[in-house]
Design a binder for this molecule. Structure first.
Ligand code: PEP
Length: 249
């Protein structure tokens, strides 16, 4: 059985006070049965890890360097994230891929670095609208998944979560239907089985992300291969995020 996982990607939003208040609301709501993750802006990690310490909430960075330390101005390393109390890092988000030009090879080196340095990883994959219209959805997702997990041992897989996030559904209000999302999740699980084995693929959680909200969360997460949600906009307020956690129960 895969425990459902609902995570909030706060992106570059919220000031310190608002981040702390939201973290406290999520902490007070989180309980057994659903894993809950929060990805605040780097500067709020300290506050959010402090507020959620000892609770069911896991806290992560939205990105990290593929290097451990050194002359890399503006970067934050996996050991630094760990040191501040983060246990997980989001890698390969579509905004990193498409706004900042991160390549599969670069993301892959970050995944390996993060796992090696003791962080769990949430690896995002997903196609653009042009790629979907062009019939490239499976190829794109397969390529991103295979590259992202390149060099990752089977024994490390229990520390990896996949998030399928069609780019056309992120922040647009347009959501993949349960059928569209479910088809890609099932496809990805098959790819994982091919890369590793059936047991490893069956144990891995694949979350859906892209305009998840209280009104569509339940039907999406009812799909057998959808193990939870990575939530952007709706994760910024308790009144929209907490019902999504409940929908995963
Ligand atoms: C995201 O950025 O990971 C995301 C899913 O955003 P939204 O829920 O706003 O579409």
């Amino acid at each position: 059985m895969r425990t459902p996982y609902v995570a909030g990607n706060w992106k570059m939003n919220l000031d310190r006070r608002a981040a702390g208040e939201l973290a406290a609301a999520v902490r007070d709501h989180a309980a057994d049965g659903v894993h809950v993750g929060l990805f605040p802006a780097m500067v709020h990690l300290d506050e959010v890890t402090r507020i959620t310490a000892g609770s069911h909430v896991r806290v992560g960075g939205q990105n990290c360097s593929d290097q451990v330390s050194g002359a890399f101005t503006g970067e934050v390393s996996a050991p630094m994230l760990k040191d501040i109390g983060a246990t997980v890092v989001l890698l390969g988000h579509s905004e990193r891929r498409h706004v900042y030009g991160e390549t599969d090879a670069f993301i892959s080196s970050k995944v390996r670095r993060a796992l090696e340095d003791g962080l769990d990883v949430m690896l995002c994959v997903g196609e653009t609208i042009e790629q979907r219209k062009d019939g490239q959805t499976e190829t794109v997702c397969r390529t991103q998944l295979a590259a992202g997990l390149d060099g990752v041992e089977r024994s490390a897989l229990e520390r990896v979560t996949i998030a399928y996030e069609p780019v056309w559904a992120i922040g647009t209000g347009e959501t993949a239907s349960p059928e569209q999302a479910g088809a890609v999740h099932t496809y990805l699980r098959g790819i994982l089985a091919g890369m590793y084995d059936d047991d490893a693929a069956a144990a891995m959680r694949i979350l859906y992300g892209g305009s998840v909200k209280p009104s569509n969360a339940k039907e999406l997460m009812a799909v057998p291969d959808i193990d939870g949600a990575l939530v952007g906009g709706a994760a910024l307020k308790p009144e929209t995020f907490l019902p999504i956690i409940d929908a995963a129960r």
